[in-house]
Design a binder for this molecule. Structure first.
Ligand code: KIV
Length: 248
């Protein structure tokens, strides 16, 4: 049985799914040792690894490089990789690039950002048996201004569109659905009515699993460092300070 099918079976028995981003072997090995189910090689690497303002300039080669690093650190966990911006504009390009990630055994799941404009691509990949994580709601690859960083599905019409997209993808066989920044009651309704597990980030509790960016958990995400004085960051600070003290 594939690792993905095993996880889906466990989900049906009530397991909640944990998904954390990883970009290298040490971190993925560490996260696997703690039983994290899915390592996401996300295009958030544009921000947290490359220090850019958006995810827009991440290339497929960069995702492949980091996926190879993460793959070295994991045996049991699922490796999910993003198709980055401009790599799934047409059905054929999407399929060719998804295969680059999945056919070599690099990625167990491929994530793409989906809205009403590219549902045909999602359907095509699903008919081609690409194991797809359907990312809906806030779609960082298409955001062009700060106002795009908000909760989605607050108005009736936006909520209906998102709900319909999620149900359509579920019925088309998407094995996992990821909701980013979707209004919490809508997110719960989507999770309740989908067969597939629905995992979320910034979409409230009560879903089938949660997603986190590792540097956010550590409190040291690029561009957000000053905002975070979490206990996690304090204990990391202490380690660095002690390391420096030992030099004196
Ligand atoms: O790239 C990423 O890390 C993501 C998560 C924020 C869901 O897509």
């Amino acid at each position: 049985m594939s690792k993905l099918n095993k996880l889906l079976k466990q989900y049906k028995c009530g397991k909640k799914i944990s998904c954390i981003t990883a970009y290298d072997a040490s971190m993925s090995k560490y996260l696997e040792s703690l039983g994290v189910d899915i390592m996401l090689v996300g295009d958030s690497l544009g921000q947290v690894i490359k220090g850019e303002r958006t995810t827009h300039n991440v290339s497929l080669d960069e995702i492949i490089y980091h996926a190879k690093c993460v793959r070295s650190g994991v045996k049991r966990s699922i490796l999910m990789a993003d198709l980055p911006s401009n790599t799934y504009e047409t059905k054929n390009i999407a399929y060719k690039n998804a295969l680059k990630l999945s056919s070599s055994g690099l990625a167990d799941l491929i994530k793409i950002e989906i809205d009403a404009n590219n549902m045909d691509i999602a359907h095509y990949l699903l008919t081609k048996k690409i194991p797809l994580c359907a990312h809906i709601g806030l779609l960082p690859q298409t955001i062009r201004s700060k106002s795009g960083y908000r909760k989605y599905g607050k108005t009736k019409s936006e909520a209906k569109k998102l709900y319909d997209i999620a149900i359509e993808l579920d019925q088309a066989g998407a094995p996992i659905i990821l909701l980013e920044c979707i209004e919490n009651t809508l997110a719960k309704r989507i999770s309740k009515n989908c067969k597939a597990p629905v995992i979320g980030i910034g979409s409230g509790n009560g879903l089938d699993g949660q997603v986190a960016v590792i540097y956010d958990l550590l409190g040291i995400s690029f561009n957000k460092i000053d905002m975070f004085t979490t206990n996690e960051k304090k204990s990391l600070d202490k380690k660095i300070i002690n390391f420096k003290k030992r030099l004196q």
